[in-house]
Ligand binder design. Structure first.
Ligand code: CP
Length: 317
């Protein structure tokens, strides 16, 4: 594996899951693999879980880690080509990226959708510039359209908690006060479709995701109906994908908040969310604090997904 930006880079899912569970048994089994090799983790956006779990995964593999917050102390970067740089951005990303590449062996990048242009976001301009100009293996720590380390951890968690061979997994839209990217739901859809499980996506009309990620998932606009018989409820907000509403909030309807009445419609489903979560917007206190909530083990598995990816990048490059 040269880079890791989506499920397509991980190869056989069953083999990746097996590797994850082997690693989980002994996270220090490969503690010499990363000796004298440096991870540079670059954040254009805020993070708690990704920042900490990726560092922990790298430390478990014996790597050195440098973390760079682009919004705190780094030069503001110009990203446009052919721009006369007479504004407030003193450095161009085309110099900054190869310089950053010269200081490390592997680069992780977090760069969210800007919501200025759907085409720009879905072309993954920032992430692809790192792949093109850094000279180093690059992995996504959540880009404009996908969050593959999260989705891999989600799938590991589903494997751990599933009670049937082919569980019914429901990803439901839920309200949020701010416009959020589609990266998490896109990516979750892509990984669950690859797993072959029964998959239903529920959202209000107008919140249809890009069909390339939805695949063969069933779309159900009636959230109660979607929840019936579900084994896993994966809640997430996202802003509209379809033009002309791309990046806009179309609904703040709290009738879509996941509550105990809706969870009672399921087959004693586990509740999942990638976190951070807005309580009593996305999910009620009662549900997230219930025994059905597996958000903490889900977040803990972020170390394992990152460690599998870093192990492969270290081995293959
Ligand atoms: N789920 C997730 O990626 O969390 P952070 O944004 O805190 O990294």
């Amino acid at each position: 594996m040269r880079n890791f930006t989506s499920v397509h880079d991980i190869g056989n899912i069953d083999a990746a899951l097996k590797e994850a569970f082997d690693l989980k048994k002994d996270v220090f089994k490969y503690s010499d693999l990363g000796k004298n090799r440096t991870l540079l983790a670059i954040f254009f956006n805020s993070s708690l879980r990704t920042r900490l779990s990726t560092q922990k995964a790298a430390l478990n593999l014996g790597m050195n880690v440098i973390v760079l917050d682009m919004n705190q102390g780094a030069w503001k970067l110009e990203t446009g080509q052919g721009v006369i740089m007479d504004g407030d951005k003193p450095e161009h990303i085309l110099e900054a990226i190869p310089v950053m590449g010269s200081y490390c062996d592997i680069i992780g990048v977090r760069s969210f959708a800007q919501f200025e242009s759907r085409q720009d976001d879905y072309e993954e301009k920032i992430l692809n510039q790192f792949i093109r100009y850094s000279g180093k293996p690059v992995f996504s720590m959540e880009a404009a359209t996908r969050h593959p380390l999260q989705s891999f951890a989600d799938l590991i968690t589903i494997e751990e908690y599933k009670k049937t061979a082919r569980p019914k997994i429901v990803m439901t839209w839920a309200p949020h006060p701010r416009a959020l990217p589609q990266a998490v739901p896109n990516s979750f859809a892509e990984w669950i479709n690859a797993s072959g499980y029964e998959f239903v996506i529920s959202h209000p009309e107008g919140y249809e995701l890009d069909s390339r990620f939805v695949g063969d998932a069933k779309i159900e606009y009636n959230q109660d109906k979607a929840f019936e018989g579900a084994n896993f409820i994966y809640a997430k907000n996202w802003a509209a994908y379809a033009e002309p509403d791309y990046g806009r909030i179309l609904s703040r309807d709290r009738a879509w908040t996941v509550d105990a009445r809706k969870m009672a419609l399921t087959d004693n489903a586990c509740f999942m969310h990638c976190l951070p979560v807005r309580r009593n917007m996305i999910v009620t206190d009662e549900v997230i604090e219930s025994p059905q909530s597996i958000v903490i083990p889900e977040a803990a598995n972020r170390v394992i997904s990152a460690q599998v990816v870093l192990k492969r990048l270290l081995t293959d490059n």
